[in-house]
Write a protein that binds this ligand. Structure first.
Ligand code: MN
Ligand code: MN
Length: 315
């Protein structure tokens, strides 16, 4: 069960209203790497988790992310507080209100449509979607994705800190950013607390393919590094000699029943192309200046195919 404590996890002190900054802060409220996405990611993973340690960790962090959602949402609400009241009461002159609402970003949508309350959108006004959560229900996959999600959230907070000079907002965002650092460390520990955590799943990789590095982009710019060279790697540079990589002929085949084969042959015959044809098409008929070469241009000065045939007949 959830219980709500009226105090925030971290105190929010906003110096002055700023609707444009509010709309930017929404990136961490309803955006891809925002707090709602984080809370839903860990909450749903926690519900499906069978390991008691991971279940506890996921539900702890999910609930903390909801507390972060409350902090960042409160920052948005404070930044919009002036605009919200002015718009609701119609106290300002129309022209002044118009100017205050259209100062930039999508702050006008936040005011007009959402009334200055924190909306479950990203900073461009795109509604939150469950597609931001990429859980697969396999702990080594999901923990790796969680580690990356915490890294992304840390970076977006860092960018938000860099665009505001409001000391109270900087302070609260610094706290939120740092908690993502701590979460990343917990998820790394949980991943490595699974003894064999690579590769994901139960089936082993096929030995002879698991150490190959295939140099498929060749030419100037080929680089050598620990990711493709050294004792661990078997490098393939001669692609034409080594493909296909198995012992087969590199062709794609399937055994068809007699009736499937007969129909497939009919389909192939009906849609066969004639490489010796040179059909006149719509672009030839409608061609004007700028059309480039058209079919008639290849007909020795004849204006169209019919004309070319007539000229040829006379000769
Ligand atoms: Mn968070
Ligand atoms: Mn986090």
């Amino acid at each position: 069960m959830f219980m709500h404590n009226k105090r925030l996890q971290y105190t929010v002190r906003v110096s002055e209203p700023n609707p444009v900054l509010a709309s930017l802060m929404l990136e961490q409220f309803g955006g891809a790497d925002g707090e709602l996405a984080a809370a839903m990611r860990y909450f749903t993973q926690g519900l499906g988790e069978v390991d008691p340690g991971r279940k506890d960790l996921l539900l702890d962090i999910a609930t903390e992310e909801l507390s972060h959602l409350e902090v960042i949402g409160s920052i948005v609400a404070m930044l919009n507080k002036g605009a919200k009241a002015q718009l609701a009461e119609g106290a300002m002159k129309e022209a002044e209100l118009y100017l205050s609402m259209t100062a930039g970003g999508n702050s006008h949508t936040q005011s007009l449509l959402y009334g200055g309350g924190p909306s479950l959108t990203n900073s461009s006004g795109v509604p939150w979607t469950a597609a931001y959560v990429d859980s697969r229900g396999e702990p080594t996959c999901d923990l790796r994705s969680n580690i990356a999600a915490e890294a992304r959230a840390k970076i977006v907070y860092e960018r938000l800190i860099n665009i505001t000079d409001d000391p109270g907002i900087k302070d609260a965002l610094g706290f939120l950013m740092t908690r993502e650092v701590a979460h990343q460390k917990s998820f790394e520990k949980a991943l490595y607390a699974i003894e064999d955590n690579f590769p994901a799943g139960k089936l082993p990789g096929i030995e002879k393919y698991s150490n190959l590095y295939v140099n498929t982009s060749q030419g100037e710019g080929d680089e050598v590094g620990p990711w493709n060279s050294g004792d661990q790697w078997e490098r393939i540079d001669d692609l034409t000699e080594t493909m296909p990589i198995d012992d087969g002929d590199g062709d794609a085949t399937v055994k068809l029943s007699a009736s499937d084969r007969a129909v497939a042959e009919k389909l192939a015959a009906r849609t066969a192309s004639d490489p010796t044809s040179n059909p006149e098409t719509g672009v030839d008929l409608g061609a004007g200046p700028g059309a480039g070469m058209i079919t008639g241009d290849n007909l020795g000065g004849a204006k169209d195919i019919k004309d070319a045939v007539k000229t040829a007949d006379k000769k």
